[in-house]
Design a protein around this ligand. Structure first.
Ligand SMILES: [Fe+2]
Length: 380
């Protein structure tokens, strides 16, 4: 097979972000304006303050915008953009989960594309032609992998979540500090960690998987299976938090290049109809999706996955559904769509919409409307 692998982001794992951050900023005379993007939860948790102090002590002019909700849309991007237009930053720093980092990617791009809106880029009315502003992405959850990917997913004016993909969207630096994730509540640690696990599994099973992405995906799966229960049940364990933060990035690197699959495809309409947390949606859909995909996993593909999951050598792919259900229960998360408020009446519509999701084409096994309906019904 022929394949390529491109990952230009500087990957920095830090034990003390306040010390390390200034060293990662290229100092140029007169270019000292920094825009920090965050969400209110991160600010309340006291995560932003030491970082802002470190920047101020490094003689940076710091502006802050922290009004970014979960699942941001173009109105949120416009609000952040107005702040960027006022402070004219030379550098963007994103501190938060995928919502904050994706918004920051949009601001980094729009700042170098006068007169272009994010919706123009979403719907192909304009193209990314310039480099983005430098962006340092500091994740505070171990899940989305946005700090290492070249995609930003933001709601358009009708609330439809639409991704923009371009090499200019790779952050300049992904700066990981596990201590920032210590305050994340256990239910969110579990849901975001499951998102990362599904990234790893779908990247590994995806049609576009290659030997490089498999390295990242399998190691991510192995570490998440080992460390996620510990991070959920003993959130103060920094070793577990660090392992999860790294594994989430590795799963991100893998899916960014290898693509995702049916579980994420099904999750799109589910999020549109019920606004369920992305990680929770993937969690609940995983067992039935794995049962469906198990039939397409051959012996060569199975052995490394079986080992990464820590299953015995005589285990067969058919065990995946039972394994996933048990793993999810161990994290204290729901395993059925009904627990998320999903009604049987919406199954057909969601199955139909799943067919429109590009990710379905990358799934290891082709899925029809009837297949999607079956998986959703089984997950109900
Ligand atoms: Fe995801």
């Amino acid at each position: 097979m022929s394949y390529s692998f491109y990952f230009p982001t500087r990957f920095f794992v830090s034990n003390n972000i306040s010390t390390d951050l200034p060293s990662l900023i290229e100092s140029k005379p007169g270019q000292d304006a920094v825009l920090v993007l965050a969400d209110q939860g991160v600010v309340r948790a006291g995560i932003t303050q030491p970082i802002i102090e470190a920047l101020a002590n490094d003689n940076k002019r710091v502006s802050i915008f922290n009004d970014i909700p979960g699942n941001p849309d173009i109105n949120d991007v416009e609000k952040a953009m107005r702040v960027a237009q006022d402070c004219q930053p030379h550098l963007i720093i994103a501190i938060g989960g995928g919502s904050v980092i994706d918004t920051a990617k949009a601001i980094a791009i729009l700042s170098t594309h006068n007169g272009v809106t994010w919706e123009d880029l979403q719907w192909g009315r304009a193209k990314i032609v310039n480099s983005a502003l430098p962006l340092i992405a500091i994740p505070t959850t171990a899940g989305t992998g946005s700090e290492v990917t070249h995609v930003a997913v933001i709601g358009d004016s009708k609330g439809f979540k639409k991704g923009v993909v371009h090499p200019s969207l790779f952050p300049s630096v992904a700066l990981l500090d596990a201590s920032l994730t210590k305050t994340l509540p256990s239910n969110l640690t579990a849901a975001t960690g499951m998102d990362a696990l599904v990234h790893g599994i779908e990247a590994y099973l995806g049609k576009r998987a290659n030997p490089m992405t498999n390295l990242y995906a399998l190691r991510a799966i192995k570490d998440i299976v080992h460390w996620l229960p510990e991070a959920v049940h003993h959130g103060e364990n920094l070793e577990a938090r660090k392992a999860m933060l790294q594994a989430s990035s590795w799963a991100g690197i893998a899916f960014d290049q290898a693509g995702l699959g049916l579980c994420h495809a099904l999750c799109g309409p589910l999020a549109n109809h019920y606004h369920v947390h992305h990680g929770l949606g993937n969690t609940v859909l995983l067992p039935a999706t794995l049962a469906f995909n198990a039939l397409a996993i051959n012996a060569e593909k199975w052995a490394p996955l079986r080992d990464a999951l820590g299953l015995p050598t005589d285990a067969q792919p058919a065990i995946l559904e039972e394994w996933a259900t048990k793993f999810i229960r161990g994290l204290g998360l729901p395993t059925k769509l009904r627990e998320l408020g999903v009604q049987p009446s919406s199954i057909e519509k969601m199955a139909q919409e799943t067919l429109q999701m590009a990710m379905i084409g990358n799934n290891i096994r082709g899925a029809s409307f009837e297949d999607c309906k079956y998986i959703l019904e089984k997950s109900l």
